[in-house]
Design a protein around this ligand. Structure first.
Ligand SMILES: [Cu+2]
Length: 224
């Protein structure tokens, strides 16, 4: 949870029990602790053992802004797909598409890795994949994800369907148009249950420009 003017949570990857008393979990931060030297608030990571009546440890990591020039994430919004907003008004559901890195492939093409989470409320941003139930039990806003299509492009015209790599991780392979060690633009479209998510929560614009998120990535060299 981030403590700030309005407290909020953030997406997390699935937690892996390493079997030796340690656990591994990636936190996909919604924001940095400080921006341009000004404190935005502070992050609290709570580790619990033995349930609610057990013990808890609190960590307060200071999260730096990403200075690489690449985008950490991009956002798309649902159209009819909504959640409860302020004062009970319906608002578009946000989907966060995190940049998990781009890498050169054997053939000289590139692959892009993404992690995708959805907003249920200010405190809940679960990872999303097929069979995820969002806002479970909420009579108005429950959404079962029965189909999910993630498409990636480097020119906004030619699209590659990303592969579900499990746990809300998606990989688009064979991308042309990116250069290793140079910043490039990747476009991402997201369609859930047949509804395309857009930059403004309205129906996609005729020219298609509101139908994709834009992420700046700098591909790394092929890993050996
Ligand atoms: Cu915050």
């Amino acid at each position: 949870m981030m403590h700030m003017s309005m407290n909020h949570g953030t997406p997390v990857d699935s937690i892996v029990d390493n079997g030796d008393g340690t656990y591994t979990c990636t936190v996909y931060y919604a924001m940095a602790s400080a921006m341009s030297g000004m404190s935005m608030g502070y992050w609290e990571l709570k580790v619990m053992i033995g349930g609610m009546m057990g013990e808890a440890a609190f960590l307060y990591p200071s999260i730096m802004m990403d200075m690489s020039g690449d985008d950490v994430k991009a956002k798309l919004q649902g159209q009819a797909d909504k959640i409860a907003g302020m004062g009970g008004m319906a608002m578009s559901r946000d989907y966060y598409i995190y940049n998990d890195g781009a890498t050169q492939e054997m053939a000289g093409t590139h692959k892009v890795d993404l992690f995708i989470a959805a907003k249920e409320s200010m405190m809940s941003f679960p990872a999303v994949s097929v069979s995820t139930i969002l806002n479970e039990g909420d009579a108005t806003y429950e959404l079962t994800v029965s189909t999910m299509l993630v498409e990636v492009s480097t020119n906004g015209t030619d699209w590659v369907s990303a592969t579900d790599a499990g746990g809300s991780h998606w990989t688009a392979t064979g991308l042309t148009g990116l250069t290793t060690d140079e910043a490039g633009t990747v476009y991402v479209r997201l369609t859930i249950n047949g509804e395309q998510k857009t930059t403004n929560g309205s129906a996609p614009a005729d020219d298609g420009t509101t139908a994709y998120a834009t992420i700046t990535v700098t591909p790394g060299a092929m890993s050996m």
